[in-house]
Design a protein around this ligand. Structure first.
Ligand code: GDP
Ligand code: MG
Length: 218
């Protein structure tokens, strides 16, 4: 399958316009990603499909779009990221009472060089809320799988929906500070060296910023 080069071309132009730093960052990302496997995991409706769609097409998905032909969850596929060929696996959502397929998460995690765990940055800062508990549970599991398998994968916790944050909508740096105060996230950064990024996939500009942030943590 021919890989789309549009995001790469756009990224290249932006990088040149932004000067040497961005070029170096892109080259660094290419080197770090070539031939690597990335597992994209996270709860339902956290933005997994939207992020992958942006990385693949350089466009963002509006809220009405989630259709089978753009949703690659449950499959492994290659994307061209900064000129590097990268294998992605995105875990499937299992809706309703069944909960996610942790077996599938575990398999994807144990196989990966990079793990991107997506969560709702607009919902996790209320201690003991359902979302906060779910994220804490996911991170405990992730930590356990990595320890058991002896994996040295790089873990990036990707907070999405920061545009919908109830107190600081769109204030990504304030929300970033807050995310780093959440107990489950602190523990994950201590135990598995997880790195945090916060942003949104609401607009193409937001998606680009988030992509650049993830790239900065590789
Ligand atoms: N406002 C806002 N909407 C988002 C963001 N990320 C994803 N969405 C929307 O949230 C919904 C769920 O996203 P999707 O990618 O399907 O989540 P998935 O279940 O993890 O694959 C979709 O309607 C997306 O367009 C975000 O950062 N902000
Ligand atoms: Mg999806």
């Amino acid at each position: 399958m021919p890989l789309p080069l549009i995001p790469l071309a756009v990224a290249g132009v932006v990088a040149l316009a932004a000067g040497g730093v961005a070029v170096v960052q892109t080259q660094k990302a290419k080197k770090k990603l070539e031939g690597k496997k990335v597992a994209v995991i996270g709860g339902e409706q956290t933005g997994k499909t939207a992020l992958l769609h942006y990385l693949e097409q350089g466009t963002w998905l509006d809220s009405s779009t989630p259709s089978p032909n753009v949703d690659k969850s449950g499959r492994t596929f290659e994307l061209d990221i900064d000129g590097a060929t990268v294998a992605f696996s995105v875990t499937r959502d299992v809706s309703g009472t069944q909960g996610p397929s942790y077996l599938e998460w575990r398999k994807a995690v144990e196989d990966a060089h990079y793990i991107w765990y997506l969560f709702r940055a607009d919902r996790v800062d209320i201690p003991d809320s359902e979302d906060a508990q779910l994220v804490a549970k996911h991170l405990r599991r992730l930590t356990h799988w990595l320890k058991e398998s002896g994996s040295k994968a790089t873990v990036i916790l990707v907070g999405t929906h920061a545009d919908l944050h109830p107190r600081f909508p769109g204030d990504f740096s304030q929300i970033f500070k807050e995310m780093n105060e959440i107990e489950a996230i602190k523990v994950a950064s201590l135990k598995i060296g997880a790195r945090v990024v916060v942003g949104s996939l609401h607009t193409p500009e937001d998606a680009k910023k988030l992509r650049d942030q993830i790239r900065g943590k590789l």
